[in-house]
Design a protein around this ligand. Structure first.
Ligand SMILES: Cc1ncc(COP(=O)(O)O)c(C=O)c1O
Length: 363
């Protein structure tokens, strides 16, 4: 084997099971499958984004604008940061990897919480850097413990706020406190993939912090609230010097033309975002009520998903699958008794809860 040990020992990311594969295995039409496994938007994509894509089809023989000029102008206006502070990615996973490739080397270390989003350990492992996993507190990120875990060789701290798969949220004052404690030589990568789902009083203030903290990198995605997971579009906000370094390790055309055109329209699609937020908030309440009725413990969530303790999660997952409902096992996150379910439309949540009741009833 020519691949280095750190690469050979990567445990591959396990995505949500695809609808087509499940339909094939069960021998039922794809339309009968309910996928609530990958935190996708049950409303579909932003209608303004779809309309913009239709108008862009006749220029697909050209390479995209590798500098992303128009999208950066739109984002810069919306976020109140200069275009030089932006790095565009093929999904936010891409920008997470760009930070690691730009700033982490074998021999360095990176810090993240227990139950944190899986892509952080995968990325650290791919570089061959050392992992520092900090125990969670009540499933959430323990910011004090994170600050204390930083070593002289630490280059990056990864935090998702809200976190996936736990849905836990750390108040922004605490996150700022962590930034104040971190040495200036340690980057805080703050993954805000689910920021749009936070209630009004909790929305993120962090883009304005970039001016004070050159070691802060914020990542965002259009895969969740904007409904564009299949297009792959994410971005980072950082000090221009940090963004410049990240842009150097980026492939010249890492984001495709349709994704950028769609993103320009989607970020201005206020009615769609408002609807996504409202459907999600109501769906969370519906699922919580259902879990209470079934006597199941759940982790209160700030995302577009919720993680519930079902006991023998592997068996319940298979039972739900046999009923055509795909959810997400989280044993790989150290939570073998839990399942994560993406918030759906009211009728989808109802179907899921009925299937869960059926599965839980069979002991
Ligand atoms: C916390 C978190 N960060 C980042 C991502 C990556 O999303 P994408 O690469 O689609 O932007 C996800 C997706 O599930 C996530 O849960």
């Amino acid at each position: 084997m020519l691949a280095p040990e750190n690469v050979r020992s990567i445990a591959p990311y396990v995505p949500g099971k695809p609808i087509a594969e499940t339909a094939r295995e069960l021998g039922i039409p794809e339309g009968d499958i309910l996928k609530m496994a990958s935190n996708e938007n049950p409303l579909g994509a932003s209608p303004r984004a779809l309309e913009a894509i239709r108008g862009a089809l006749d220029v697909l023989h050209y390479y995209p604008d590798g500098a992303g000029f128009e999208l950066k102008a739109v984002l810069s206006r919306r976020l109140g940061v200069p275009p030089e502070s932006l790095v565009l990615g093929n999904g936010s996973n891409d920008v997470l990897e760009l930070v690691a490739r730009a700033f982490l080397r074998p021999g360095d270390s990176a810090v993240y919480s227990q139950h944190a989003f899986m892509v952080y350990p995968l990325t650290i492992q791919a570089i061959g850097a050392a992992h520092i996993q900090v125990p969670a507190r009540n499933y959430g990120t323990d910011l004090d413990a994170i600050a204390s875990a930083v070593r002289p060789d630490t280059k990056i701290v990864f935090i998702a706020n809200p976190n996936n798969p736990t849905g836990t949220f750390s108040p922004w004052a605490g996150v700022r406190g962590l930034l104040e404690r971190l040495p200036a030589t340690v980057l805080l990568v703050l993954d805000e993939a689910y920021e749009e789902y936070l209630p009004d009083g909790l929305r993120s203030p962090t883009p304005a912090w970039i001016a004070d903290f050159p070691n802060l990198v914020i990542t965002r995605t259009l895969s969740k609230a904007y409904g564009l997971a299949g297009l792959r579009m994410g971005y980072a906000i950082a000090d221009p010097l940090v963004a410049d370094v990240m842009n150097r390790v980026r492939q010249p055309f890492n984001v495709n033309h349709l994704a950028m055109v769609a993103a320009c329209a989607a970020v201005e699609d206020a009615p769609f975002i408002a609807k996504s937020r409202a459907v999600n908030a109501a769906g969370l309440v519906q699922l919580e009520d259902g879990f209470k009725r079934l006597g199941l413990e759940y982790i209160p969530s700030h995302g577009n998903f919720i993680t519930v303790r079902v006991g023998d999660a592997a068996r319940i997952y298979q039972d739900l699958l046999a009923q055509g409902v795909i959810v997400r096992p989280v044993a790989g996150y150290g939570m073998p008794q839990h399942l994560r379910v993406t918030v759906g439309l009211p009728e989808q949540n109802t179907r899921f809860l009925a299937a869960l009741e059926h599965a839980a009833g069979k002991r």
